[in-house]
Design a protein around this ligand. Sequence first.
Ligand SMILES: N[C@@H](CCC[C@H](N)C(=O)O)C(=O)O
Length: 281
Amino acid sequence: MTHGFRFLKGHGTENDFVVLPDPDGSVHGDLAPGLVARLCDRHAGLGADGVLRVVRTASYDDPASVAARGRAEWFMDYRNADGSTSEMCGNGLRVFARYLVAHEGADPGQPLPIGTRTGVLVVTFQDGDPDGAVSVDMGRPQVLGETKVAVGERSWPALHVSMGNPHAVAFVDSLDDAGALLEPPGHDPADYPEGVNVEFVVRRGAGHVAMRVHERGSGETRSCGTGACAAMVASALADGADRNTPYAVDVLGGTLEVTWTDEDRVVLTGPAVIVAEGTWI
Ligand SMILES: N[C@@H](CCC[C@H](N)C(=O)O)C(=O)O
């Protein structure tokens, strides 16, 4: 269906998403990339960094959705603004969970497992408050070695971190060093054959960093949950920080908290809100 369907709009630290309810998979089928791009267009559409299609695992035949059946009722079918898919979206998952509590009867007092292309991840609501901060156990980070990124004539060493999706984390002297970020930063295609999300990070103090991000498939965004996790992992390694030390990660749209636990899991916490609902005509 390309007309007359319901949508909602939400964001997590201003990483914004169009939410498409499609519980039994009958509204959007395979969700055409062209429709995603039209929805996300900031001039001719609703405007967003990505789309979150809300579909039951039982009603979607993507292999990751099939694999999640029996462990998660819902699957986050995430798309970037250009219509491409990604393995994972940390802020999107927090907004997705907010939608499930507000509109699909999910219990904010219980851990909420959600299927994603990177596996089933568990979301919790702080103090069981349906309007409270939303945390996701993002799983184990993979630190894959040194790489390099470039903007124009400038280049920086970077750490290759996977949070299910690919990241390059570069420490810079100033967040302005990355310039206008209108184009994807240069990167080594041998390290990133499917493209990369690039974080430019500065230190603000002990356990406190700030970053800008250029997202694969969406351009510069005001926040990126997986990017904040990758930035925290790179910072904690560089700092020699103890596990379970929470880091504040400032993004253009607010602040996220990221903790790398003793169990080698990364927990992402922050606000997530639904701000509007309507019909695409
Ligand atoms: N904004 C997201 C990441 C979305 C996917 C990314 N652009 C990619 O292609 O991997 C987040 O909050 O993690």
